[in-house]
Write a protein that binds this ligand. Structure first.
Ligand SMILES: Nc1ncnc2c1ncn2[C@@H]1O[C@H](COP(=O)(O)OP(=O)(O)O)[C@@H](O)[C@H]1O
Ligand SMILES: O=c1ccn([C@@H]2O[C@H](COP(=O)(O)O)[C@@H](O)[C@H]2O)c(=O)[nH]1
Length: 201
Protein backbone atom coordinates (compact mmCIF):
# COMPACT_ATOMS: atom_id res chain seq x y z
CA UNK A 1 0.00 0.00 0.00
CA UNK A 2 1.04 3.61 -0.50
CA UNK A 3 0.32 6.25 2.14
CA UNK A 4 0.65 10.00 1.55
CA UNK A 5 1.21 12.60 4.26
CA UNK A 6 0.77 16.23 3.22
CA UNK A 7 0.63 19.48 5.17
CA UNK A 8 2.39 22.82 5.26
CA UNK A 9 6.09 23.27 5.80
CA UNK A 10 6.84 22.57 9.47
CA UNK A 11 3.47 20.95 10.11
CA UNK A 12 5.01 17.71 11.39
CA UNK A 13 4.90 15.45 8.30
CA UNK A 14 8.41 14.05 8.73
CA UNK A 15 7.85 13.54 12.45
CA UNK A 16 4.64 11.58 11.83
CA UNK A 17 6.26 9.55 9.03
CA UNK A 18 9.22 8.63 11.25
CA UNK A 19 6.99 7.64 14.14
CA UNK A 20 4.85 5.47 11.84
CA UNK A 21 7.95 3.78 10.44
CA UNK A 22 9.18 3.06 13.96
CA UNK A 23 5.77 1.71 15.01
CA UNK A 24 5.13 -0.40 11.90
CA UNK A 25 8.75 -1.53 11.55
CA UNK A 26 11.46 -0.43 9.12
CA UNK A 27 11.37 -3.85 7.49
CA UNK A 28 7.73 -3.25 6.46
CA UNK A 29 7.58 0.52 5.83
CA UNK A 30 9.80 2.83 3.82
CA UNK A 31 9.30 6.61 3.87
CA UNK A 32 10.08 8.75 0.82
CA UNK A 33 10.25 12.54 0.89
CA UNK A 34 8.95 14.87 -1.80
CA UNK A 35 11.99 17.01 -0.92
CA UNK A 36 14.25 14.42 -2.65
CA UNK A 37 12.42 15.13 -5.91
CA UNK A 38 13.09 18.88 -6.17
CA UNK A 39 14.13 19.74 -9.71
CA UNK A 40 17.63 21.12 -10.08
CA UNK A 41 17.44 24.93 -9.99
CA UNK A 42 18.96 25.07 -13.49
CA UNK A 43 15.89 23.28 -14.87
CA UNK A 44 13.22 25.35 -13.08
CA UNK A 45 10.92 27.63 -15.08
CA UNK A 46 12.57 31.08 -15.26
CA UNK A 47 9.85 32.83 -13.22
CA UNK A 48 10.28 30.42 -10.29
CA UNK A 49 14.07 30.54 -10.44
CA UNK A 50 14.15 34.32 -10.59
CA UNK A 51 11.80 34.70 -7.62
CA UNK A 52 13.46 31.94 -5.56
CA UNK A 53 10.09 30.18 -5.37
CA UNK A 54 10.54 26.59 -4.11
CA UNK A 55 6.91 26.12 -3.08
CA UNK A 56 5.20 25.90 -6.48
CA UNK A 57 4.19 22.42 -7.78
CA UNK A 58 6.36 22.98 -10.89
CA UNK A 59 9.45 22.79 -8.63
CA UNK A 60 8.85 19.09 -8.05
CA UNK A 61 9.77 16.30 -10.46
CA UNK A 62 6.38 14.63 -10.06
CA UNK A 63 6.78 12.36 -13.13
CA UNK A 64 9.88 10.78 -11.56
CA UNK A 65 8.21 10.49 -8.15
CA UNK A 66 5.15 8.79 -9.67
CA UNK A 67 7.35 6.47 -11.75
CA UNK A 68 9.43 5.46 -8.71
CA UNK A 69 6.35 4.88 -6.54
CA UNK A 70 4.88 2.62 -9.22
CA UNK A 71 8.17 0.71 -9.45
CA UNK A 72 8.38 0.29 -5.68
CA UNK A 73 4.79 -0.91 -5.56
CA UNK A 74 5.65 -3.47 -8.25
CA UNK A 75 8.49 -4.75 -6.06
CA UNK A 76 11.45 -3.08 -7.81
CA UNK A 77 14.27 -1.07 -6.25
CA UNK A 78 14.66 2.55 -7.36
CA UNK A 79 17.47 5.15 -7.34
CA UNK A 80 16.05 8.01 -5.24
CA UNK A 81 17.60 11.37 -6.18
CA UNK A 82 19.48 13.47 -3.64
CA UNK A 83 18.86 17.22 -3.37
CA UNK A 84 21.15 19.82 -1.84
CA UNK A 85 19.11 22.53 -0.08
CA UNK A 86 22.17 24.79 0.21
CA UNK A 87 22.88 25.00 -3.54
CA UNK A 88 19.41 24.00 -4.87
CA UNK A 89 21.07 21.40 -7.07
CA UNK A 90 20.33 17.72 -7.55
CA UNK A 91 23.43 15.75 -6.61
CA UNK A 92 25.00 13.32 -9.09
CA UNK A 93 24.56 10.52 -6.52
CA UNK A 94 21.35 8.62 -5.72
CA UNK A 95 20.17 6.39 -2.86
CA UNK A 96 19.08 2.89 -3.80
CA UNK A 97 15.71 2.18 -2.23
CA UNK A 98 14.28 -1.31 -2.17
CA UNK A 99 10.60 -2.19 -2.17
CA UNK A 100 8.66 -2.60 1.09
CA UNK A 101 5.06 -3.70 1.72
CA UNK A 102 4.16 -0.17 2.87
CA UNK A 103 5.46 2.89 1.04
CA UNK A 104 4.93 6.25 2.68
CA UNK A 105 5.50 9.51 0.84
CA UNK A 106 5.39 12.90 2.50
CA UNK A 107 5.57 16.45 1.19
CA UNK A 108 3.84 19.81 1.06
CA UNK A 109 2.53 19.43 -2.50
CA UNK A 110 1.83 15.72 -2.97
CA UNK A 111 -1.97 16.12 -2.96
CA UNK A 112 -1.82 18.75 -5.73
CA UNK A 113 -0.79 16.23 -8.39
CA UNK A 114 -3.71 14.15 -9.74
CA UNK A 115 -1.66 11.13 -10.92
CA UNK A 116 0.12 10.95 -7.58
CA UNK A 117 -3.14 11.25 -5.66
CA UNK A 118 -4.46 8.30 -7.67
CA UNK A 119 -1.63 6.12 -6.35
CA UNK A 120 -2.34 6.85 -2.69
CA UNK A 121 -4.38 4.30 -0.74
CA UNK A 122 -4.55 6.58 2.30
CA UNK A 123 -4.15 10.36 2.32
CA UNK A 124 -3.33 12.09 5.61
CA UNK A 125 -3.08 15.88 6.05
CA UNK A 126 -1.33 17.35 9.09
CA UNK A 127 -3.10 20.62 9.85
CA UNK A 128 -0.90 22.90 11.95
CA UNK A 129 -1.42 26.64 12.54
CA UNK A 130 0.66 29.00 10.42
CA UNK A 131 2.38 30.71 13.35
CA UNK A 132 3.54 27.40 14.83
CA UNK A 133 4.83 26.28 11.41
CA UNK A 134 6.74 29.52 10.91
CA UNK A 135 8.37 29.27 14.34
CA UNK A 136 9.43 25.70 13.61
CA UNK A 137 10.72 26.65 10.18
CA UNK A 138 12.84 29.51 11.57
CA UNK A 139 14.40 27.13 14.06
CA UNK A 140 15.01 24.37 11.47
CA UNK A 141 16.26 26.51 8.59
CA UNK A 142 18.66 28.56 10.75
CA UNK A 143 20.00 25.46 12.53
CA UNK A 144 19.96 22.82 9.79
CA UNK A 145 19.73 24.55 6.42
CA UNK A 146 22.32 27.30 6.95
CA UNK A 147 19.88 30.21 6.53
CA UNK A 148 19.85 33.57 8.30
CA UNK A 149 16.75 34.70 10.19
CA UNK A 150 16.31 37.52 7.68
CA UNK A 151 16.33 35.15 4.68
CA UNK A 152 13.85 32.74 6.30
CA UNK A 153 11.43 35.59 7.00
CA UNK A 154 11.84 37.10 3.52
CA UNK A 155 11.27 33.72 1.81
CA UNK A 156 8.26 33.01 4.00
CA UNK A 157 6.57 36.30 3.12
CA UNK A 158 7.49 36.26 -0.59
CA UNK A 159 6.76 32.66 -1.60
CA UNK A 160 6.17 30.13 1.21
CA UNK A 161 3.02 31.79 2.59
CA UNK A 162 1.36 32.67 -0.75
CA UNK A 163 2.08 29.23 -2.25
CA UNK A 164 0.75 27.57 0.90
CA UNK A 165 -2.46 29.53 0.53
CA UNK A 166 -2.73 28.85 -3.22
CA UNK A 167 -1.74 25.18 -3.37
CA UNK A 168 -1.08 23.42 -0.04
CA UNK A 169 -4.04 24.47 2.10
CA UNK A 170 -6.66 23.82 -0.65
CA UNK A 171 -5.24 20.30 -1.19
CA UNK A 172 -6.45 19.38 2.29
CA UNK A 173 -9.84 18.63 0.73
CA UNK A 174 -8.37 15.48 -0.82
CA UNK A 175 -7.40 13.99 2.55
CA UNK A 176 -9.05 10.90 4.01
CA UNK A 177 -7.82 11.92 7.45
CA UNK A 178 -6.88 15.32 8.90
CA UNK A 179 -4.61 15.37 11.95
CA UNK A 180 -4.97 18.60 13.94
CA UNK A 181 -1.84 20.02 15.54
CA UNK A 182 -3.23 19.40 19.02
CA UNK A 183 -4.03 15.75 18.30
CA UNK A 184 -2.72 13.11 20.66
CA UNK A 185 0.15 11.92 18.45
CA UNK A 186 0.70 8.76 20.51
CA UNK A 187 -2.91 7.75 19.92
CA UNK A 188 -2.79 8.69 16.21
CA UNK A 189 0.37 6.61 15.68
CA UNK A 190 -1.06 3.67 17.62
CA UNK A 191 -4.33 3.65 15.65
CA UNK A 192 -2.69 4.11 12.26
CA UNK A 193 0.11 1.62 12.81
CA UNK A 194 -2.37 -0.99 14.04
CA UNK A 195 -4.47 -0.55 10.90
CA UNK A 196 -1.43 -0.55 8.58
CA UNK A 197 -0.01 -3.71 10.16
CA UNK A 198 -3.36 -5.49 9.77
CA UNK A 199 -3.48 -4.54 6.07
CA UNK A 200 -0.01 -5.89 5.27
CA UNK A 201 0.02 -8.88 7.63
N1 LIG B 1 3.54 17.48 17.39
C1 LIG B 1 4.68 18.19 17.53
N2 LIG B 1 4.92 18.85 18.67
C2 LIG B 1 6.05 19.58 18.82
N3 LIG B 1 7.02 19.72 17.89
C3 LIG B 1 6.83 19.09 16.74
C4 LIG B 1 5.66 18.29 16.48
N4 LIG B 1 5.74 17.80 15.23
C5 LIG B 1 6.90 18.27 14.73
N5 LIG B 1 7.56 19.02 15.63
C6 LIG B 1 8.85 19.70 15.43
O1 LIG B 1 8.68 20.69 14.41
C7 LIG B 1 9.77 20.70 13.52
C8 LIG B 1 9.26 20.45 12.10
O2 LIG B 1 8.68 19.16 12.06
P1 LIG B 1 8.77 18.26 10.75
O3 LIG B 1 8.18 16.95 11.08
O4 LIG B 1 10.18 18.26 10.22
O5 LIG B 1 7.83 19.10 9.77
P2 LIG B 1 7.60 18.97 8.20
O6 LIG B 1 8.21 17.66 7.76
O7 LIG B 1 6.12 19.01 8.05
O8 LIG B 1 8.28 20.16 7.59
C9 LIG B 1 10.74 19.61 14.01
O9 LIG B 1 11.75 20.24 14.76
C10 LIG B 1 9.89 18.73 14.89
O10 LIG B 1 10.64 18.17 15.94
O1 LIG C 1 16.00 24.53 -2.47
C1 LIG C 1 15.03 24.57 -1.70
C2 LIG C 1 13.97 23.64 -1.75
C3 LIG C 1 12.94 23.73 -0.85
N1 LIG C 1 12.92 24.71 0.08
C4 LIG C 1 11.80 24.80 1.03
O2 LIG C 1 11.52 23.52 1.61
C5 LIG C 1 10.17 23.50 2.04
C6 LIG C 1 9.58 22.10 1.96
O3 LIG C 1 10.20 21.27 2.91
P1 LIG C 1 9.51 20.88 4.31
O4 LIG C 1 10.45 19.82 4.84
O5 LIG C 1 8.15 20.33 4.02
O6 LIG C 1 9.46 22.11 5.15
C7 LIG C 1 9.41 24.41 1.07
O7 LIG C 1 8.51 25.22 1.80
C8 LIG C 1 10.51 25.23 0.38
O8 LIG C 1 10.34 26.62 0.61
C9 LIG C 1 13.93 25.64 0.14
O9 LIG C 1 13.92 26.55 0.99
N2 LIG C 1 14.98 25.54 -0.76
Amino acid sequence: MIIGIAGGSGSGKTTLATRLRDAVGAERLVALQQDSYYRDIDTLPEALRASGNFDHPDCIDFPLLVQQLEALRAGHSVPVPQYDFATHHRLPTTTEQRAHPVILVEGILIFTHPALRELLDLKIFVDTDDDIRLLRRIRRDTRERGRSLESVLDQYAATVRPMHQQFVAPSQKFADLIIPEKANFDLVVELLSHKIRSLVA
